[in-house]
Design a protein around this ligand. Structure first.
Ligand SMILES: Nc1nc2c(ncn2[C@@H]2O[C@H](COP(=O)(O)OP(=O)(O)OP(=O)(O)O)[C@@H](O)[C@H]2O)c(=O)[nH]1
Ligand SMILES: [Mg+2]
Length: 350
């Protein structure tokens, strides 16, 4: 799972990147980006590890990409920076809510600035494609539809300041367009970065911002990035005192990761055994046969059936043998859509 961080100048991207990845963010130029991967903290994996005492525990991985600042009027450099965010599972738009006196209008202006930069980037790409199509003699198709027709529709959408993700497209065309890696085709959520002193700019401003985001169908996560990073850097024994001093919900990192999964439409399933307890990431609704292929191609190619139990039920009965005795272990066929927290055991002929 890959998450890209984007935002207006000095909104706290690098601070958030450091919090999320537990690394130092380096100074960035438009040509470079910082990417770091970490284990996804998962209580289910911890509890199953305690139960199975496996030789290895493997958490799902999440990576974060921090890019250089976007500046108004600097299209060339903004494009270079945004190019690093073309193949993410989801984008997080960070909004500065920590500078004193910021109004919801200021915050929305920042959000719109980021969205506009991405829209312009996509539009330039679409226009280049339309130019090429114009020069062609014959008509080319994409999923059975003339390409010119599709790209003109994309251009019209972007010109009306609208994200490509909102466009109604057939599943086939949508699939074909994925290879163009348009920025605004990616799912997005907003992150409001708050400070301990200001907590944004008052409750009314927050409500106005939340309403405006809701009308754009953009989920919002609130985070105290700097404070939470300070907390993370403290020795464990000092953390409780710090938390009680601030009395703020300093669980932004977990909330961020959860929202990233939700926005990207991804879920985790689990595998257990004496050798390994492991979390895997797949698309929501993924058929179990495809999920088996994420573990190993042979498990997909020689798939027979899956034995499935939810994490909660497995924990409740303590072992697969007991689950089987109670009739809680279900046999599922290849089409079964995997649910978040399913524990899977794949049976194959190889
Ligand atoms: N008070 C407060 N300050 C913050 C917070 N987050 C970031 N800052 C400060 O804001 C400044 C910019 O933070 P960065 O994390 O570098 O922001 P950025 O978005 O990466 O900046 P650019 O990459 O230059 O656009 C730094 O001085 C941070 O210490 C926060 O949550 N609260
Ligand atoms: Mg930065």
């Amino acid at each position: 799972m890959q998450v890209g961080l984007v935002g207006a100048e000095a909104c706290g991207k690098t601070t958030l990147f450091e919090l999320l990845s537990n690394t130092q963010g380096a100074f960035l130029s438009p040509d470079s980006a910082n990417t770091a991967a970490v284990d996804v903290p998962d209580e289910r994996v911890d509890k199953l590890t305690a139960l199975y005492k496996p030789k290895k525990t493997i958490y799902a991985k999440i990576s974060f990409t921090d890019i250089n600042r976007l500046s108004s009027g600097d299209r060339a450099n903004n494009n270079k920076a945004l190019n690093h965010l073309k193949l993410m599972d989801t984008l997080a738009i960070i909004i500065n809510g920590f500078t004193p006196g910021r109004t919801s209008q200021d915050m929305l202006k920042d959000l719109d600035f980021c969205l506009s930069e991405m829209i312009l980037s996509d539009l330039e790409q679409v226009e280049r494609k339309l130019e090429r199509l114009k020069k062609q003699n014959q008509i080319s198709n994409l999923a059975g539809v003339p390409e010119k027709e599709i790209f003109e529709k994309l251009a019209a959408t972007l010109e009306s300041d609208t994200l490509l993700s909102t466009l109604e497209l057939s599943a086939d065309v949508r699939k074909e367009l994925l290879s163009f890696s348009f920025l605004t085709f990616q799912p997005m959520f907003a992150v409001l970065n708050l400070s301990e002193e200001h907590g944004g700019s008052g409750p009314d401003e927050m409500t106005a911002l939340e309403n405006a985001l809701a009308s754009r169908k953009m989920p919002l996560v609130k985070i105290y990035a700097k404070l939470e990073k300070d907390l993370q850097e403290l020795p464990p024994e000092d953390r409780e005192v710090f938390k009680s001093e601030y009395r703020l919900p300093l669980n932004g990192k977990a909330a961020f990761i959860q929202q990233a999964y939700q926005t990207a439409g991804l879920i985790s399933f689990l595998t257990v055994g004496e050798d390994e307890v492991r979390a895997w990431t797949v698309k929501q609704g993924c058929p179990v046969k495809e999920a088996a292929g994420v573990i190993h191609k042979d498990l997909m190619n020689f798939f027979v059936r899956a034995e499935v139990i939810s994490y909660e039920r497995l924990l409740e009965c303590g072992s697969e043998q007991e689950a089987s005795r109670r009739g809680w272990l279900r046999a599922e066929k290849k089409e079964y859509p995997v649910k978040d927290g399913d524990v899977l055991h794949i049976l194959s002929t190889k």
